[in-house]
Design a protein around this ligand. Sequence first.
Ligand SMILES: [Zn+2]
Length: 245
Amino acid sequence: MKPHLAHFRFHGCLKDFFPPEQREDLISCRFPGNPAIKDPIEVLGVPHSEVGAIRVNQVPKDFDYQLQPGDNVDVHPRHPPPPEYPPSFVVDVNLGKLARWLRLLGFDTTWRNDLDDREIVDISVGESRIILTRDRRLLFRRDILHGYWIRSDQPDEQVVEILERLALWQHIHPFRRCTDCNGLIQVIAKEKIAHKLEPLTRKYYRDFFRCSQCGKIYWRGSHYDNLMKRLQALNHARDHHHQHQ
Ligand SMILES: [Zn+2]
């Protein structure tokens, strides 16, 4: 079968999937037969979970549309992608720091360092969690509905990227989730845990919280101060980010 030619233009943050010199170009793609349009989009390297509106020759189409010779395809990013706010996440194995960050900010975040790709996809689908990954191939899997490919490789920048792209600044809720296990944190009376505290902690702090799942104890002291400092740094990074857009 003689291959046909179609032309693609990717918009907005979907350009991130291409090297800088290709980002403004019309990308031409040869294809045999009339594949569903989702296939060539992924062959070109863009996961379907990142795609929003598709227009073919200026007419809106969905993923089932069968590509025709000479089609001009405009592909727009999906945003905001989450099914609900605040969204919950399942984070890829090599992004443990990011997972702790998200928990620190109060977001329901599943992360384990022993999950394989199949398990991550199953958790995402079964629990409506957004997959966060640096591995775009993971997002090519057919059954994924919600996924986001993280552009930055720096944990601090990754957090800002997610807060920005998913519009989550208003949903930050510190002292809600345990950074170790994602369990919910509850206020606990000091006298109930006083015997577990270091003498200086017992002496200087009043407000304590305990993870309902693993029992880790938090207090408004060093944890809190560190968190506030980091949030201020994040906000600073955010302003910086806006200035450069
Ligand atoms: Zn915990």
